[in-house]
Design a protein. Sequence first.
Length: 159
Amino acid sequence: MVSNYSVEPSMQVLSATRDVTSPEKITLIVNGRPLLASGVVYTVTVRNISSSNGSVLDTVQGNRGALVFSTESIDHVFIYPSPYRGEPSGVTFANIPNNAQVKLYSLNGKFLEQVNDGYAGGIVWDGRDRQGHFLPTGIYLYQIEYKGKKKIGKLSIIR
């Protein structure tokens, strides 16, 4: 039954269990990155689905659904990778509301950049300041603002 399911990006389905009290429900156990509000849209593909009369539906492409997680709080925001080493994928501020703003500052309080183009509970920053320059190795502050609340944290960059 596990071979009928896939979860992307980069997740392996370890088990698929049908609910005995409600057979139309199936629980998938996956490994890989956690499924949470991190700016990632997960795609679940299910193959070999049968209708109530026994006909197999869409055997070539499978049936796909998207999982998008979001949050309405900045209480449990986290960042990755930490420290940031200049990876092309940037720094993700995860578990963040979609309309939140992230402002980045030097330790002496100089404003460096603002990002607020998040989606699916994550905002990605490319490691650059407002002038497009990559920030050098150091410790930086970030401030997340959402609906009048603010959260401040530290971010390290190693180049």
